[in-house]
Design a binder for this molecule. Structure first.
Ligand code: GLC
Length: 627
């Protein structure tokens, strides 16, 4: 029976004793210390007996699944899913280094990008930019950045598996910054991939896949199957005599400040998997059965039915890059843009067959609804704000204009002053809930919306226009503000819970984060405006090396190094390097973003047609939704 049939039959009856054995809960430390249990997958397998290749690191055991399930049928499914992963190790050609790296995807020959043609390795050049500044030789800064990035690499059983969040040699209290964060590794991965070094990324993708769905418990409760950890650490544990073993120890939020599950991790993992295929041309990784299962598990977790009325993903505060209370619970833009990007990636990567038909359909429908909802309801420009300012409230009807019952008093003075006059400028707001619009500008969500085409082409241009127009506020001395404006006074007290790290214009509360440079660069390249990105990169280059690569900057325009900012922060370094490489290789950059998908628009128009609102056709899709 092949693994797919095996999955298809996964609801077969299994004696209850088996299930009990498979899902009995044993604490992680017990696994480590009890040699009888040491056959547990990657997290607790010993390097001593282990093949260094993560491809071989899938040991099938009865416990290789989500423990602590109470539902018999889903328990069995979980176990079988996991067994399919194990089977896949022997069925992929990826184990064979002699296999040519040109693969056939969905019947089409896909030509890998020629990494020998990558630009960016040329020798030193003096940078003299527009305002007469004679920068440090660009390559000197880049050389240091590369040295630091390589120095931050974490190995597991002698193979590179990720980069630690920060590596400041003078920092004696690294907290969890010595761990590999999933979201932080993305720019590192891109920098390595664009340099033609893919091993670390492949290892990272496979090892984190092994960590997926590991028992994650907060106060006796285990959240959904498919969750990816926020971070992991390689720990060295003593064995008998003078032997040691290395284990991967994931953190799903159970140790994190605030105990928040990282919703973004799985979404970033899927996006990175797609990028790996696009840049290396090695599509065999995403075609593996265990990897396919991983994609579907993340997608299923996000697509599960609940009580929500919106196509956006409902999350708790701090479930993404902003990982502490900042009033972004509900439907924050960053998560929606990541969700959209991950669903688009999944739709490209999930192998089409009988068993995947339904999930592909569900993904397509959700993509349509999600983009329609965001484009219609999150978009603001001067005219829209004026419309909201004049809203009538308490409209009980299917045709209400003010669908979410927004009270116009929410349009605060800063917004009325700040929004540019021109209708060529606008942005997607931070969050939308009943009677609540969060009008703050969140940079990552807006940039990802451009990159993934969550926004319309016109909206995408208008967001970049706004950034250009509001350069002093959003870029200032250091690109880019994480959000604008900061929460101050009583708002800061109430919304952040008086968080001393998130004081106004610091850290998540209006701080400036250089790591956001790579998403900005990608968005600018996509919209045909690389000069805007070059301007920001030049600005960052003036200070980053001298300031020792800080995590974030403080003040209204990013003048000072953040008061509690880590130094030698890896995603600052990697974001800078990735931006440089993307600018030097716009052709490769273009494989990382998404163009408008008319098929998705058509689905949406057709759904609206059923509700009697629009005519169903591709032309209608173009004219009605491509605003
Ligand atoms: C902080 C950031 C988070 C990042 C982590 C490691 O907690 O808020 O986004 O992943 O540091 O750098």
């Amino acid at each position: 029976m092949n693994a797919i049939t095996f999955l298809g039959n996964s609801t077969m009856m299994i004696p209850s004793q088996c299930i009990l054995r498979a899902f009995t809960r044993i604490s992680p430390s017990k696994y480590i210390r009890d040699p009888a249990l040491r056959s547990y997958p990657s997290r607790f397998s010993s390097c001593v007996n282990q093949n260094k290749n993560p491809d071989s690191n899938r040991i099938l055991t009865p416990t290789n699944a989500v423990p602590f399930c109470t539902d018999r049928q889903s328990s069995v499914t979980a176990q079988v899913v996991s067994e399919a992963r194990s089977l896949s190790a022997s069925t992929t050609c990826a184990n064979d280094p002699t296999v040519d790296r040109i693969y056939t995807k969905n019947g089409l020959n896909v030509k890998p990008l020629d990494l020998n043609k990558l630009k960016g390795d040329e020798k030193d050049e003096e940078v003299i930019n527009g305002d007469g500044y004679e920068g440090i030789k660009s390559n000197e800064t880049e050389e240091e950045a590369w040295r630091l990035l390589r120095d931050s690499v974490v190995t597991y059983c002698d193979s590179p598996v990720g980069t630690m969040a920060a590596k400041d040699p003078t920092d004696t209290m690294p907290s969890n910054y010595d761990q590999v964060f999933i979201r932080d590794f993305v720019p590192s991965a891109l920098a390595f991939l664009l340099k033609g070094e893919s091993e670390i990324v492949r290892n990272f993708l496979l090892h984190t896949l092994q960590l997926q769905s590991w028992e994650k418990t907060v106060d006796c409760y285990s959240p959904g199957q498919g969750l990816m950890p926020a971070s992991f650490k390689v720990r060295t544990l003593p064995l008998e005599e003078d032997k040691f073993e290395e284990v991967l120890d994931p953190d799903f939020g159970e140790a994190a400040i605030g105990r928040v599950a990282p919703v973004d991790s799985g979404l970033w993992w899927i996006i990175l998997l797609r990028a790996y295929g696009k840049i290396t041309g090695d599509y065999s990784l995403q075609e593996r059965i265990d990897v396919q299962t991983g994609i579907k598990m993340i997608a299923n977790l996000c697509l599960a039915d609940g009580f929500d009325m919106f196509p956006t993903l409902l999350v708790t505060d701090g479930s993404c890059m902003i990982d502490r209370r900042m009033g972004i619970h509900g439907h924050p833009l960053e998560i929606q843009a990541l969700f959209y990007s991950a669903l688009r990636s999944s739709r490209e990567m999930i192998t089409v067959n009988d068993s995947s038909k339904n999930i592909i359909k569900t993904i397509s429908n959700r993509l349509s609804a999600l983009s329609f909802h965001i484009r219609e309801n999150y978009w603001v420009d001067k005219n829209k704000i004026n419309e909201i300012y004049r809203y009538k409230t308490e409209e009980y009807s299917m045709d209400a204009t003010n669908k979410f019952n927004i009270y116009p008093e929410q349009v605060s003075p800063w917004l009325m002053d700040w929004v540019p006059e021109s209708s060529d400028c606008g942005f997607l707001i931070g969050n939308l809930q009943p009677a609540h619009m969060d009008f703050r500008f969140f940079t990552l969500g807006n940039l990802l919306s451009i990159i993934s085409s969550l926004g319309t082409p016109k909206q995408n241009q208008a967001i970049l226009n706004l950034i250009e127009e509001k350069w002093d506020d959003l870029v200032g001395h250091m690109p880019l503000k994480i959000c604008y404006p900061a929460l101050e006074s009583s708002e800061w007290h109430i919304i952040t819970g008086s968080d001393p790290k998130n004081t106004p214009w610091s850290y998540h509360n209006g701080g400036s984060w250089p790591t956001l440079l790579w998403q900005f660069t990608l968005a600018c390249i996509k919209m045909g405006r690389p000069e805007l990105a070059e301007k920001a990169v030049t600005l960052a280059e003036k200070r980053l090396q001298a300031d020792r690569w800080p995590e974030y900057y403080d003040t209204r325009n990013g003048k000072f190094i953040g008061k509690q900012s880590r130094l030698y922060q890896t995603w600052t370094i990697a974001g800078f390097l990735t931006s440089k490489q993307l600018l030097q290789n716009p052709e490769i950059a273009s494989s990382l973003f998404w163009e408008e998908d008319l098929e998705l628009l058509e689905t949406c128009v057709c759904v609206l047609t059923k509700a009697g609102r629009k005519k169903c056709s591709r032309a209608a899709a173009k004219s009605q939704i491509l605003i």
